[in-house]
Design a protein around this ligand. Structure first.
Ligand code: 5GP
Length: 195
């Protein structure tokens, strides 16, 4: 799971990551937020109504969900489970409360947090991208401090200062995580059966 404060450059870093690791499945979230210019339904997000969102929760269709700056965001369960059953790596780009929900149920999941180089830089990136009004920008900066507090619970933390270095770090963490003991219990069992 990959989290970072809003405006930290998650999308840019992930686009570069997928060029290097094209086999990873990117989990498309559902949200009640309105689409921004250029966002495509089913690719950026599934843009759904609050009723549809609540329905997915009621029918146990969400792996996790959270409210963020007045909108709901959640991870539809079905596709993720299908990928994991097929042994495919999945990346969830989600905020911290949702990440904690997943970690509680799937302790083997790896939590990666990306920090901005500074809070000033974060603010100027949010203002510069021009997708939110000033009120929303200030709410998002407030959320950043809550999220950065929670980054202490993550497995890995790094700073998005230079794009290439950030992508190198994230790629390395994902490759390295494949060898964590908790992710290789079946492998160990398989070898033991040959003893
Ligand atoms: P944005 O509105 O900027 O696209 O996303 C706002 C925040 O919601 C970001 O921190 C993003 O990572 C998070 N987010 C996106 N999808 C999900 C999701 O499925 N679950 C949770 N918990 N957070 C999400």
């Amino acid at each position: 799971m990959f989290s970072a404060p809003s405006g930290c450059g998650k999308g840019t870093v992930l686009n570069e990551l997928f060029k290097r690791l094209p086999d990873i499945h990117y989990s498309v979230s559902a949200t009640t937020r309105a689409p921004r210019d250029g966002e495509v339904d089913g690719k950026s997000y599934y843009f759904i109504t609050k009723d549809e969102f609540n329905n997915l929760i009621k029918t146990n269709g969400m792996l996790e969900y959270a409210s963020f700056c007045g909108n709901y965001y959640g991870t539809p369960k079905e596709k993720i489970m299908e990928c994991l059953e097929n042994g495919q790596d999945v990346i969830l780009e989600i905020e911290t409360a949702g990440a904690m929900m997943v970690k509680a149920v799937h302790p083997e999941a790896v939590l990666i947090f990306m920090l901005p180089p500074s809070v000033e830089e974060l603010k100027s990136r949010l203002i510069g991208r021009g997708t939110e009004d000033m009120d929303t920008i200030l709410r998002r900066v407030g959320e950043a401090s809550r999220e950065i507090q929670l980054s202490r619970n993550y497995d890995f933390v790094f700073v998005n200062d230079k794009l290439d270095e950030a992508v190198d770090t994230l790629t390395g963490i994902i490759k390295y995580s494949k060898n964590l003991t908790g992710n290789n219990i079946d492998l160990i069992k398989g070898v033991l059966e040959q003893c």
